[in-house]
Design a protein around this ligand. Structure first.
Ligand code: AMP
Length: 276
């Protein structure tokens, strides 16, 4: 497995690879990331992974400095997953001092849900993924449905910029008790982790109500809110939205995303399910 840390070397090595499937990550790899790598292997003979904790997508009061960076074990996991190339640039390589600011934004999609609660977050995500796409020039790229708004925005970015890259979603991978895997789960104490289960429990309870015939999205949202409040989680939002426009959905008439962002102690978690 090739490990490259600078852009010029990444371009040189990429040229030798032919068709490439790409999985961008911030490291602290778990089974969710590994499932994207496995999916990537089915779509191209060569798999590239980036590990880069992108400073521009963190707010000033967020966890950029304390975000976990277990480099050695991440590289082992990539190796075991059969990854061909890992691109892990230091921050100065991606953001050279003095480089002019670049804004890539899809305001209709980035101003709601996560974007409303994390101002500038998706500008940072679009900026770094646009740069990574230009450096790695993959044929196909993989993103998790766990971050469904990110997936939607990056799909729209590729379309809006006419990038010759296919974006493929991967399903949310969960721990056996249902908690969506996240690098941030390791911040949770055992009791916080128990309380965090309210997020998936609430979403699955609402999905069950949908299956039993409930079509009013507000009722499904209320169900989720109740379960979260029982565990005293602090709710950023519980929303029902159209998966393409991300606009509020009143009724479940077609695919509808129920999305949650909530805090357990100091840890902010997100999750979602699709109904309809
Ligand atoms: P991150 O390292 O958090 O930036 O995530 C890198 C990629 O892994 C993104 O496309 C995420 O959506 C995806 N991902 C994170 N957690 C999960 C999960 N539990 N299941 C599936 N994909 C995930």
């Amino acid at each position: 497995m090739l490990i490259v840390k600078n852009i010029a070397e990444c371009r040189r090595e990429r040229e030798k690879l032919g068709r490439v499937a790409f999985v961008p990550t911030m490291g602290a790899l778990h089974a969710g990331h590994l499932s994207l790598m496995a999916l990537a292997r089915r779509h191209a003979p060569k798999v590239a992974v980036s590990i880069f904790v992108n400073p521009t997508q963190f707010g000033p009061k967020e966890d950029y400095t304390k975000y976990p960076r277990p480099v050695e074990s991440d590289l082992e996991k990539c190796e075991q997953a059969g990854v061909d190339m890992v691109f892990m640039p230091p921050p100065e390589e991606m953001y050279a001092p003095g480089m002019a600011e670049l804004v890539v934004d899809l305001p209709q999609l980035s101003s709601v849900l996560e974007g409303k609660h994390r101002p500038g977050h998706f500008r940072g995500v679009c900026q770094v993924v646009a740069k990574l796409f230009n450096i790695v020039t993959p044929n196909v790229a993989f993103f998790g449905q766990k971050d469904f708004q990110q997936l939607r925005i990056l799909t729209a970015m590729v379309e809006a910029l006419n990038l010759p890259i296919e974006v493929i979603p991967g399903p949310t991978v969960r721990d056996p008790d249902g908690l969506a895997m996240s690098s941030r789960n390791q911040y949770l104490s055992p009791t916080e982790r128990e309380r965090a289960l309210a997020i998936n429990r609430g979403l699955f309870l609402a999905a069950g109500e949908f299956k039993e015939g409930v079509r009013q999205a507000n009722r499904l949202v209320t169900t989720v809110q109740h379960v979260l409040l029982e565990q005293h989680l602090s709710i950023d939002y519980v929303a029902s939205v159209d998966p393409i426009t991300l606009k509020h959905a009143d009724q479940v008439n077609g695919p509808t995303v129920l999305a949650v962002a909530a805090r357990v102690g100091n840890t902010r978690l997100i999750d979602n399910v699709v109904v309809g």
